[in-house]
Design a protein around this ligand. Structure first.
Ligand SMILES: Cc1ncc(COP(=O)(O)O)c(C=O)c1O
Length: 395
């Protein structure tokens, strides 16, 4: 540095504005649980453990020769497959393939969407009160402000607060089925949010990656049920303007390692995202595009995986209820949202002492502080351990 020079402006690492990575705080409980003589039963993360379906692995292998750059927009074949999937599996006809864009898993889209949409200081990103932490992170990465808002009443309050500080709500995140609670937003609830947002020209994005894992009669595909999508004509009248549905095959197809997901809806908004993503190199590798299309074209492996989780869910739920837990919501998805009334860290410690690791509800916001989130993503062998581990914990 030259003598007398003020030097460069102090750099503020981007991570400094982000919350601590919540799982780091579980290290102690994990060590305790791992010391159990029967070994760790890790129900703290939603990472799939069953094999990647052969139909998908085969598609990936068949696409291994990929010397050229892939299309950021995704191949036309992939985008047609997504459109057909919406019609077949989600009750959503008429998704325009131009309004489909593959993403490198959906976490990156959740984290970058506010920035890609041009939101920044002064803008508010609304998300559910008990929520997957990345909605908050995405707002912060864009320099926008995250705000908790559930339903139209919550959104109106968030809007009021934003206006008082000269800001405005720029994006509303919905998550159905919810991580962590497993609650499903019904058609009327989705439609009310869409109507509210449309009056104001606000974008609504709905993260629906657990939609194939419905357990309640109304939402269980095995019984003719359906988890409604934001793009459902009963929700939006068949008009996808201002709406984005975010979906991932990580959970339904055991593909978390492939990073295979997509966003779909408003053609103009998807075009905006595409324009930036092309410049930024946010491209799904071509073999993964091929594998993603294979996964979305095959329903049999999704149905089989759902039944695996159903059996695990029954075992864990019965064990939890026998141990004095109340399971709230949890009508769909990969988690049981459970409470014994105590602070979630106390419950995590009680479970860890029995070799079972759960996620404390406070990871998902202060409103979750008396719940724990129990994931169903463990092998049948590990799940079979749970009843015995909890047997001494009585109501
Ligand atoms: C609600 C929600 N959205 C998005 C994701 C990210 O999934 P992926 O990045 O594997 O597609 C997860 C993963 O747990 C999630 O729970």
């Amino acid at each position: 540095m030259r003598p007398g020079s003020p030097g460069p402006a102090p750099r503020r690492p981007r991570g400094a504005g982000l919350p601590d990575f919540p799982w780091d705080s579980l290290a102690g409980a994990k060590a305790t649980a791992a010391a159990h003589p029967g070994g760790l039963v890790d129900l703290s993360v939603g990472t799939p453990v069953d094999p990647t379906p052969e139909v998908v692995a085969e598609a990936l292998r068949g696409a291994a020769d990929a010397p050229g750059y892939p299309q950021t927009h995704g191949t036309p074949a992939l985008r047609e497959t997504v459109s057909a999937w919406f019609a077949r599996r989600r009750g959503v006809p008429g998704v325009d393939p131009d309004g489909v864009l593959p993403t490198i898993g959906s976490k990156e889209l959740v984290a970058w969407l506010p920035l890609l949409l041009g939101l920044g200081p002064g803008d508010v990103v609304a998300h559910p009160g008990v929520a997957y932490p990345t909605y908050d992170v995405g707002a912060r990465l864009a320099g926008a402000r995250p705000a908790v808002a559930d339903g139209v009443a919550g959104l109106a309050a968030a809007e009021e607060q934003a206006l008082q500080t000269g800001g405005r709500v720029g994006l509303v995140w919905l998550n159905s089925p919810s991580n962590p609670t497993g609650a499903v937003l019904e058609v009327e609830e989705l439609a009310a949010v869409v109507a509210w947002a449309r009056e104001r020209g606000i974008v609504v994005a709905s993260d629906e990656c657990y939609a194939e894992l419905g357990w309640d009669e109304r939402h269980d595909a095995a019984r003719g049920g359906l988890v409604p999508s934001l793009l459902d004509p009963r929700v939006c009248g068949g008009d996808h303007t201002g709406l984005l549905c975010v979906y991932s095959t990580s959970k339904q197809s055991n593909l978390a390692g492939y990073r295979a997901a997509f966003v779909a809806g408003d053609v103009a908004l998807v075009g905006e995202l595409l324009a930036v993503r092309k410049h930024a190199g946010m491209i799904v590798p071509w073999p993964v595009q091929v594998a993603l299309a294979a996964a979305l074209a095959d329903d049999a492996h999704v149905d089989a995986q759902r039944e695996r989780y159903r059996a695990r869910r029954d075992v864990v739920r019965t064990a939890l209820e026998g141990a004095g837990f109340r399971v709230d919501a949890s009508g769909a998805g990969l988690y049981l949202w459970a409470t014994r009334g105590a602070d979630s860290r106390t419950t995590v410690a009680e479970l860890a002492a029995r070799g079972v690791l759960a996620a404390p509800g406070d990871f998902y916001g202060p409103a979750g502080a008396r719940h724990v989130r129990i994931a169903l993503t463990a092998t049948d062998e590990r799940i079979a351990e749970v009843p015995g581990r909890l047997a001494d914990l009585r109501a």
